[in-house]
Design a protein around this ligand. Sequence first.
Ligand code: SF4
Length: 399
Amino acid sequence: MSIANDAATVTAARQNPSRGGFGLRAEVHDDIKNDFDSVLVQLIKAAGGTHRVGRLTFRLAQEFGFCYGVDHALDLAYETHVRFPGRRVYLTGEIIHNPTVNEQLTKMGYRFLRPGDEVTTDDIVLIPAFGAPTRELERLKSIGCLLVDTTCGSVVHVWKRVEKYAREGFTAIIHGKYDHEETEATRSRTTLYESGKFLVVRDRPQAQDVCDYIEGRGDRAAFLAKYAAVATPGFDPDRDLERVGLANQTTMLSSESLEIAEMIRQAMARRYGPEELKARFRSFDTICSATQERQDAILKLIEEPLDLAVVVGGYNSSNTEHLCEIAAERLPTYHINAPECLVSSREIRHKPAFSKQETTSRDWLPEGEVTIGITAGASTPNKVIGDCIERICRLAGAA
Ligand code: SF4
């Protein structure tokens, strides 16, 4: 049994037979709705996704906002609050990547677990939707506190794939962001097996380096200088790239993940011959369906005649960043994380595609009739989306 399952079993044995909550879903439903839903967004959806106010037309993507994993995590967080009033509840990290959601949980009394915090058997610890590294789960389990495991089923699905690679002697090449909580948890799953190895690649250029090495064009010292820090300690590219299995962080750009898998498949075929692929190469698309649906929806939305797009979501939200990258290829796109980013009709604070930093741009809202495409990452509450739409209307003098 894996450690995560074991942790869930601790939960199950003590309080939660199905990892599906404490049977209080109906009770917390209204609170979650009040805190995160938006009447305006519901009305726009019911009207087919178009909203006209004065000179502005908003077009909502067909899929946006909270995914099933986030819904599940919030249900569990709210149910825990009701089921254990007064108990100290820690989060091992942001439950999801959205500032509004994390602020709300903090208001409810949730604390972020910091180094040095003394967790006791009386405490409750919530594992976020991204999961947590095996070592952290083991440590918490040994304390005997109650673990409420909100890890999304789609993330657990990736873990199973990576563990299988590790068991069967394949190095997991993970397309993801090394420091992202989900990838941190996923790569840790390889450590459950002696033969487990991982290498994280962030994008196509890094995947090309791996392909070059596989095909004998790489320099060992240069490769290790660049990739030792994002691979299993002691990683040996000559030995550990002989049998590889592909997986990805669930929220990466789907087209890029598929391309990277194909690049590495072809490199393995050229290096060892197509007849060896079965023994040396595995691949499994682990982009979650929610991410895929939101990426498909923005691709469809930007086919329409839009003047600009606004993408709403946390700046550290991987899936939101990718929605911004997709839209920015076609039209002026502004990734904002709160309504306050909409400073005035002339000025906007936003994080440009492929950038790490927030910046301020001017003249973002054209004069006259304007059509604005709106989407949001899987961790963005409808409430924030609705507030952004209302604020744009006010700034444009269209409210
Ligand atoms: S984005 Fe996908 S993997 Fe992440 S919580 Fe949502 S459904 Fe789960």
